[in-house]
Design a protein around this ligand. Structure first.
Ligand SMILES: C[S@@+](CC[C@H](N)C(=O)[O-])C[C@H]1O[C@@H](n2cnc3c(N)ncnc32)[C@H](O)[C@@H]1O
Length: 211
């Protein structure tokens, strides 16, 4: 197993301002979110989900295992999904859920747009350090309280431009989930904090890393 300690995958990751920030998500990490949602209520098999920064579809494919219908789009033409900038209003229908791993430098704008546009819920996979920050607290978390924060106990290796089952990372990731309408945190106005127990082994499927 390759230990990848480079700045590219650690907290200090800096991408050029115009970078697309394409870091594909290992499919098991998306299944971990869906397993949580399945436990807490929403009957996903009757819901429609939009992945608005779908890249090469690494999140879209596992979402399709749980949701009734999936729709993918991305600002760049990866040969997968529609090509569109999520931050500009389009003519998409309303989706029950919007789920993505957003480009890092646009994380806040993505979340706000997702919450505005989703009928039922929104979920983003982000570095755990996304929870920090005075500005982000003021503009995002204090105004739009998440319903749950799901912290991975295992590391979720993400590399620029490719999936590599042998890689590891020094960066910690979590899912943040919002219930949109009515906007309600799950417990007494406070988000639930949940540890995602080790699940990589049980949630990986044959073909997840196929080129
Ligand atoms: C971290 S990658 C995630 C890719 C995919 N969601 C996954 O998890 O495998 C971020 C993606 O956001 C896309 N992106 C960047 N800016 C965008 C925008 N304004 N609207 C839609 N997609 C955008 C990039 O092209 C890239 O595919």
């Amino acid at each position: 197993m390759t230990q990848n300690n480079s700045a590219a995958v650690m907290q200090r990751r800096h991408e050029p301002h115009d970078s697309l920030d394409f870091f594909p998500t290992p499919p098991w990490a998306t299944r971990a979110l869906c397993e949580y949602l399945r436990q807490v209520g929403p009957l996903l098999s009757t819901k429609r989900v939009w992945e608005p920064a779908c890249g090469e579809g690494h999140m879209l494919r596992p979402l399709a295992e749980y949701f009734e219908m999936v729709y993918g789009s991305d600002i760049a033409p990866y040969g997968f999904g529609a090509v569109r900038d999520f931050l500009f209003p389009g003519d998409e229908p309303t989706f029950d859920w919007i789920v993505t791993n957003p480009p890092f430098r646009l994380g806040e704008q993505f979340v706000q747009t997702m919450i505005e546009r989703a009928r039922e819920g929104a979920a983003v996979l982000v570095r755990t350090s996304f929870l920090e920050g005075i500005g982000r607290y003021r503009d995002l978390f204090s105004r739009f309280k998440p319903s749950a924060i799901l912290q991975f106990t295992e590391r979720v290796p993400m590399l620029k431009g490719k999936l590599d089952p042998e890689s590891s990372t020094a960066t910690s990731y979590c899912w943040i989930v919002w219930r949109c309408r009515p906007h309600k945190p799950d417990s007494y106005g406070m988000p639930m904090f949940v540890w995602i127990p080790p699940c990589r082994r049980s949630l990986e499927r044959q073909g997840d890393y196929a080129a």
